[in-house]
Design a protein around this ligand. Structure first.
Ligand SMILES: Cc1ncc(COP(=O)(O)O)c(C=O)c1O
Length: 381
């Protein structure tokens, strides 16, 4: 049904692209990764959820199929092995690491810690919502601090927004939906100071994609033994394991104990084994970064051609001003099998577009320009 109506639209709109275009996108000639075999991945451009279009890596897939035979087991021994590896890779001790069913579970546990008692959580606006949404269902009031005129997280304004009852500051770095980073040394000073009196939660889901030389992970503060700081990372992004839900929390051992007591999920052995393999597969991470950059270059070239404002990306997505209500934009793109990011108020005429494979982003750019290019250029003149 959907295909029929799409074909109709393509024909009636002058069909600048054959409806079969997406289906004819061929996998790279020598398949490096088994995901290439799943041609149904090419049915749509998945530009809405900040996933890795290439993952899991071939190495991870091998580990998953081996782990199938272990599905009768809990993940205990494998979990300890994974925690040890992750600790080594980040120069912390295994006691500094909690394993979560996605970093989402670590975020929600953080939200629970913050909302245990009545108080407030301060965060940037817009930002990723899992932690604060969860905490607001408990006893936390959320204080949202608008990003500044450069769409950057404003540490001074965040500092000023902190009240006596503020129990946590939640920062996403790089941010989502705005893929920019906070200046590293300023953030380090901020976290060191603020964490003297309250928890600071740093969500580094997109850490592996960062290019900005001013960026610093806050993992170093955990290694130094500082308290009241939680850093979250995930295997869902560059490792392409979103569907297997593996994430990590890093903190002082006392906080890790608390996180482990509050968690409700249990990792499955497939995800744990896949992550163990994937975190040692540097080739796949490099490949994913390279492909992500190719895709970003394609969309950023369009942004420049159309003269639209955009934020230089330190992640696997872009954020750009279209001047068109995002619901209208998304509805139209969906007719061409392109799923694009949801609205992020108050930026309702900006669009967050996640990077699919370069060939998919080429198609995205063609469709986008055809549908909206003239309107955007006209409105600028
Ligand atoms: C900033 C941020 N943090 C955390 C997550 C959750 O990731 P997961 O639960 O898959 O580890 C996401 C997912 O998109 C995200 O964008």
């Amino acid at each position: 049904m959907k295909n029929i109506s799409r074909r109709k639209i393509l024909t009636s709109s002058g069909a600048f692209l054959g409806a079969s275009m997406l289906h004819s996108v061929s996998p790279i000639s020598t398949p490096l990764f088994a995901a290439d075999q799943f041609t149904k991945n090419f049915d749509v451009v998945q530009a809405d959820k900040n996933e890795n279009p290439y993952g899991p890596s071939r190495v991870a897939l091998k580990a998953i199929s081996k782990a199938m035979n272990l599905a009768n087991r809990y993940e205990g021994r494998s979990r300890r092995q994974l925690i040890k590896l992750i600790a080594e890779l980040n120069d912390v001790s295994p006691e500094n690491v909690a394993l979560g069913t996605g970093s989402g579970e670590i975020l929600k546990t953080g939200g629970l810690i913050a909302s245990w008692e009545e108080g407030s959580i301060v965060c940037a606006d817009p930002t990723y919502q899992d932690l604060v949404r969860y905490a607001s269902r408990e006893r936390s009031k959320i204080i949202r601090v608008p990003v500044d005129e450069n769409l950057a997280c404003n540490l001074e304004a965040i500092s000023n927004a902190i009240k006596n009852d503020t129990r946590m500051v939640y920062l996403v770095n790089p941010n989502n939906p705005i893929p920019n980073v906070i200046n590293g040394s300023e953030l380090r000073d901020f976290v060191t100071e603020i964490s003297k009196d309250r928890m600071v939660f740093i969500d580094e889901a997109y850490h592996e994609y960062v290019k900005d030389p001013n960026y610093q992970s806050m993992m170093g503060l955990i290694a130094e033994g500082k308290r009241n700081i939680i850093v979250a990372r995930t295997a869902s992004k560059i490792h392409g394991l979103a569907g297997l839900a593996v994430g990590f929390g890093f903190a002082h051992p006392d906080h890790i104990k608390e996180i482990n007591q509050l968690k409700t999920g249990k990792n499955n052995i497939l995800g744990v084994e896949a992550a163990y393999a994937s975190y040692q597969d540097n080739e796949f991470q490099d490949f994913s970064r390279r492909k992500n950059q190719e895709s970003l270059d394609i969309v950023e070239t369009m942004f420049k051609e159309l003269g639209v404002r955009y934020i230089k990306s330190n992640a696997n997505f872009s954020f750009f001003k279209t001047g068109i209500p995002v619901e209208e934009l998304n509805k139209k793109l969906l007719e061409y099998d392109i799923a694009s990011g949801r609205p992020f108020p108050p930026f309702t005429d900006w669009s967050r577009v996640s990077m699919d494979r370069p060939e998919h982003m080429q198609y995205y750019v063609k469709v986008f320009k055809e549908l909206f290019g003239k309107r955007i250029l006209d409105s600028a003149s």
